[in-house]
Write a protein that binds this ligand. Structure first.
Ligand SMILES: O=c1ccn([C@@H]2O[C@H](COP(=O)(O)O)[C@@H](O)[C@H]2O)c(=O)[nH]1
Length: 233
C-alpha cells in the first residue's frame, strides 16, 4: 500500500470564499487537490500557488487538447508552476502526447506526472457512436491507454470499471487515475461509469478523484477521513 492516501479532492468552485473555507479544513496528509477548468479560469495560476503554499500537491486538470506545439507549451507552463500532475486528452494523438512528454524533459526529476484522459466518466458506451467511436467504453479506453503508454506518458484517466481489464494490457507502473467515484448513498450527478472508493481500490486504481461527495457534503473533513479510513489510511 502507498504511504499517502490515494484520494485527490476535486475543487470545483465558483466562489472563492467557499473554496477557502473548504481548504482551511483540509490537511495535505489527508489528500491531494485537483484544480480544474472552472477554478483555473476564474482565479488563474495564483490559486495553484496558494494551495502549494499550504503544502498541497496539485493535479492541474486542464485536459489540454490542441496541436502538438500548443499542447507542449501548455504542459511546460504547468511544469513551471510546479504542479504534481497535469493532463492532456489522449484523443489528441501520439504526436501531441509525445510533444507534451518531450516538453517536460528540461524539468528532469521535478517534472510533473503527465497523464491522458481516455473516455470521460460521464459517458456511457451507447453515446460513443455519436462521436464516431463504434466500440464500447472498455475497448476505447484500452485503445487510448495503449496509445498513451506508447507515447511515453505516466498514466491515464479512466473509470474504475475499466481498471482490472486495463491492468493486463499496460505496463505495471502505468498510473490509473479514476474519477466517477461515489461512496454508497452519494448522488451520481452527471457521472455514469462509477464505483465506490473500495471497489476502485480493489480493482487496482492508483488514485481516486472525488469532488462533490466530499466538497458538497455537510462535513467534508469527516467524509474525507471516513473514506480514507475505509481504504486503510
Ligand atoms: O473522465 C473524467 C475526467 C475528469 N473528471 C473530473 O473529476 C472530477 C469529478 O468530480 P465529481 O464531483 O466527483 O463528479 C471533476 O472535476 C471532473 O472534471 C471526471 O469526472 N471524469
Amino acid at each position: 500500500m502507498a504511504e499517502k492516501s490515494p484520494l485527490i479532492v476535486a475543487l470545483d468552485f465558483a466562489v472563492r470564499s467557499e473554496l477557502d473555507s473548504l481548504v482551511a479544513k483540509l490537511d495535505p496528509s489527508l489528500c491531494r487537490l485537483k484544480v480544474g477548468k472552472e477554478l483555473f479560469t476564474l482565479f488563474g495560476p495564483e490559486v495553484v500557488r496558494d494551495l502549494q503554499r499550504r503544502g498541497f500537491e496539485v493535479f492541474l486538470d486542464l485536459k489540454f487538447h490542441d496541436i502538438p506545439n500548443t499542447t507542449a507549451a501548455a504542459v511546460a507552463a504547468a511544469a513551471d508552476l510546479g504542479v504534481w500532475m497535469v493532463n492532456v486528452h489522449a484523443s489528441g494523438g501520439r504526436k501531441m502526447m509525445s510533444a507534451a512528454k518531450a516538453a517536460l524533459a528540461p524539468f528532469g526529476k521535478d517534472a510533473p506526472l503527465l497523464i491522458a484522459v481516455t473516455v470521460l466518466t460521464s459517458m456511457q458506451s451507447n453515446e460513443l457512436g455519436s462521436i464516431g467511436v463504434n466500440d464500447d467504453a472498455v475497448s476505447q479506453v484500452g485503445r487510448l491507454a495503449k496509445l498513451t503508454a506508447d507515447s511515453g506518458l505516466d498514466g491515464v484517466v479512466c473509470s474504475a470499471q475499466e481498471v482490472s481489464i486495463l491492468r493486463d494490457q499496460i505496463p505495471d507502473n502505468f498510473l490509473l487515475v479514476t474519477p466517477g467515484i461515489r461512496p454508497e448513498g452519494s448522488a451520481l450527478g452527471d457521472q455514469q461509469r462509477v464505483a465506490t472508493p473500495s471497489e476502485a481500490i480493489s480493482m487496482g486504481s492508483d488514485y481516486l478523484v472525488i469532488g462533490r461527495p466530499i466538497t458538497r457534503c455537510a462535513d467534508p473533513l469527516a467524509m474525507l477521513k471516513q473514506i480514507n479510513a475505509s481504504l486503510g489510511y
